[in-house]
Design a protein around this ligand. Sequence first.
Ligand SMILES: Cc1cc2nc3c(=O)[nH]c(=O)nc-3n(C[C@H](O)[C@H](O)[C@H](O)COP(=O)(O)O)c2cc1C
Length: 329
Amino acid sequence: MMQKVIDRKFCVAPMMGYTTSYARTLYRILSKRTFLFSEMIATKTLIHSKEIGSKIANEFQNPIALQVGGSEYKDLRLSSRLAYELNYDEINLNVGCPSKAVQKGSFGACLMKDKLLVKNCLDAMQINRNIEVSIKCRIGLGKDFNYEFFEEFIDEILKSGIRLVYVHARNAILNGISPKGNRNIPPLNYDFVSKIKSKYQNTTFILNGGIDSMNKALKLSKLHDGIMVGRLIQSNPFCLKNVDRQFYNQKNNYIISEKTIKDYFNFIRPKFGKDSVYRLLSPLLNIFFGVPNSKEFKIEIHARMQENNFEILEKIFLNFIKEKKILIN
Ligand SMILES: Cc1cc2nc3c(=O)[nH]c(=O)nc-3n(C[C@H](O)[C@H](O)[C@H](O)COP(=O)(O)O)c2cc1C
């Protein structure tokens, strides 16, 4: 089989609790080309949990990566096999999460201390040519910038043969600040990403961190191989409607219409009763983001969510679109 060529010019970052399979479906309705990520799944959970099915389901969400956290070769290899069987395009190793729980499990950002282990993990994950292996890492550890440390880390991990690196372009501070603090407090340094790219021209480096507007995203995408956006999409997934035009030379923006709501409800309808109404609907709630006078819709939706009546909820969303279509698009 020919290897697929995928352009990762615009990626939605993995976000636990947010990039659920429901959210990913909404993202895919709005943009056919955006590269998507699952939430991070610990390899042990992936392999042993019976309830994992709905989390990792990949129903027409390609191009997409499954992100895993772990550092045991056997588990990582099995995870790659699962990702391949579930039709993911890529499996990504999380070497960026600073949380205490993750450190305890020996994965995430603390792995940056052991570049040889990371290289071996990436070796183990490469099971065949149809599932690309990648890493998401930081630029360093602790308070101070240290380009040499970053360069030596990349030198080592690229020996595995992988050619795809997502860089959250700030250090991780493993003690004393929370994961949330670790997304804001350590300063950004995009230069490290440009510099390493000039050393490894044939490796794709995707820039992540602090890209908080579509304008910034567009500008940075011209300077880097691609960009990855997290919190901007978390707060307003609907800006994905312009991505295919702005980043992939498609002629038109996606237009949000009644069909958007219907497509989304058609996807979640078979899941009614199997998952909470909040989880099923929360990706759609951001449609109110920045739309004037949407308060009454919001109040009604939240009140109706208690009743679990999806037909009524769909109608309220449809009415909202009818009334605000022009403002939203
Ligand atoms: C709620 C939330 C959950 C996150 N979960 C993950 C995760 O599971 N895996 C990961 O690699 N990064 C995770 N991150 C970090 C993001 O992927 C991204 O690196 C970070 O938010 C910086 O990008 P941004 O400035 O565009 O938000 C998470 C971030 C947020 C806000």
